[in-house]
Design a protein. Structure first.
Length: 490
């Protein structure tokens, strides 16, 4: 076999620095486990000043979903997980889409046959067996075919797959950065399919070839692939290639017994954003699903994660996704935002409830920032701004404020002329008017502010107190609402 082409491919491989890849299949949404894999892969590269590569693994044509590649690009961009090489930016080992690399795999499969580590198999197999590459059966009879017989049958047009020739004897040991050294008996491994009858590689073959051709130094994937790692090692050995560092991450679970699954209604990254979570909070929380930093700090920016992330902190144990913990993280991020940044992200949610353009969304956002855990909570807090809701006079009864219906009527009748007389309608003027009235009545401030807030909002729980609500509503609307309350109470 002429090795010139293979030598040219070897010469293309970048060397001398850490190179990692995120290699999703474009089969739909970005679930939390996928996002974690992308994040850890990016962090390993960035922590070492290495290269992060995006590769699209689309050889499983039956599961492709239209638009899924766009979801991958959009999610990585929103999360700040920038890639140095990929289908959209190119790079020294292009192409970065597996179906565009189709000519490579047959050549490498033939090289393995030449070296005695693979063989052609002409047995009938179901499509699902081919796709998975797994067979639960004894020795394939084609394993013992001579090279000449196999090549003759192939030349006659007989369909075949190419299978890996696993040694019958001995053991294979592989090293994982998280789980350490693992040894398996070769007799427990099957001769997996490498190339299907349609000329496309199986996942298990394509990712080994691509990882080598792209110079990948660290392979991050789920722990469900631990059982396949011995066969990957044997492929690397068959080619005479260096084995990359394996980083197998334990699964993200919805509870003690079940993995997260879209079928069970568990959220994808897109779902979480639609549910009002901030990208930064989601990333921070996902980083801690199976990784522990040194020290007590839990809140990290992406730049901070890049600095502190070490593979030694990745756990062998499955991580349970706790939506309440994520909610806590999200509230911490919201409170830490600048008022301007929060107002910007909150405005679409504010405008779901507050349609009146005369009401300042920025002013309303200021009331919400310290009281919001997820952005989707916002609209239900604001339903009273556009229209005074129907309410009963029992809301004016409040023991702590020593307020009842009779005292509230007295307060509101006195507040009305005081508010009408104000020269300036701002927090200070509104507050001073109510404080002055409380002094004149020999009462605590709350006895005045409670009925004003109920009259202005028509509900007992509001973001902000009487002063802020009145200021945002404006003088005219506030006075109108206070008069409505007087009529209810009279």
């Amino acid at each position: 076999m002429d090795m010139t082409w293979f030598e040219e491919m070897e010469a293309r491989i970048p060397k001398g620095k850490v190179r990692t890849r995120f290699a999703p299949s474009p089969t739909g949404y970005m679930h939390v486990g996928n996002l974690r894999t992308a994040l850890y892969t990016w962090l390993i590269a960035r922590h070492a000043n290495g290269t992060f590569i995006l590769r699209i693994e689309d050889t499983d044509q039956g599961r492709l979903v239209e638009g899924a590649v766009d979801v991958i690009y959009k999610t990585l961009a929103e999360c700040g997980l920038d890639h140095d090489e990929g289908p959209d930016v190119g790079g020294p080992v292009a192409p970065y889409v597996q179906t565009e690399r189709r000519p490579f795999y047959g050549r490498y499969a033939e090289l393995l046959i030449e070296r005695g580590h693979a063989y052609r198999c002409f047995c009938e197999k179901s499509e699902s067996e081919e796709d998975s590459g797994e067979f639960d059966r004894g020795d394939d009879p084609c394993r013992s075919l001579s090279r000449e017989e196999a090549e003759r049958r192939a030349a006659n047009g007989e369909p075949f797959v190419i299978r890996q020739r696993i040694p019958h004897e001995g053991t294979t040991t592989f090293h994982d950065e998280i789980f350490g050294d693992i040894t398996v008996e070769n007799g427990t491994l099957d001769d997996q399919v490498l190339m299907k009858r349609d000329g496309l590689p199986t996942y298990n073959f394509a990712n080994v070839v691509d990882d080598h051709m792209m110079g990948i130094t660290h392979v991050v994937r789920g722990s469900e692939y631990l059982s396949s790692a011995p066969k990957y090692n044997l492929l690397y050995q068959g080619f005479g290639w260096d084995v990359p560092a394996y980083v197998h991450c334990s699964p993200v679970m919805r509870d003690q017994h079940n993995k997260m699954s879209k079928r069970h209604g568990d959220p994808s990254y897109e779902d979480l954003i639609a549910q009002g979570y901030l990208t930064e909070a989601v990333l921070n929380y996902v980083a801690l699903l199976g990784w522990s930093p040194r020290g007590e700090q839990e809140i990290f920016s992406l730049d901070e994660l890049k600095d502190v992330f070490e593979m030694s902190g990745i756990s062998k144990s499955p991580a349970i996704f706790d939506i309440e913990k994520l909610r806590h993280f999200n509230s911490e991020y919201i409170r830490a935002m600048s008022p301007e940044a929060f107002a910007k992200v909150a405005e679409p949610y504010i405008r779901q409830a507050v349609k009146n353009p005369a009401l300042d969304a920025g002013a309303i956002a200021a009331l919400l920032q310290q009281r919001t855990e997820v952005l989707t909570d916002i609209p239900e807090k604001l339903d009273f701004f556009d229209a005074l809701p129907e309410y009963g006079t029992e809301l004016f009864v409040h023991k702590k404020s020593k307020s009842d219906e009779a005292s509230s009527l007295e307060v509101l009748r006195k507040v009305l002329p005081a508010f009408e007389a104000l020269e300036v309608w701002d927090d200070e003027s509104i507050l001073n008017a109510m404080v002055k009235l409380a002094e004149e009545m020999g009462a605590k401030n709350a006895k005045v502010m409670w009925p004003v807030r109920i009259a202005a909002a028509g509900k007992t729980v509001t973001p902000g107190g009487a002063v802020e609500i009145c200021r945002i509503l404006g003088r005219s609307e506030t006075l109108r609402r206070l008069r409505v309350a007087v009529e209810k109470l009279a």
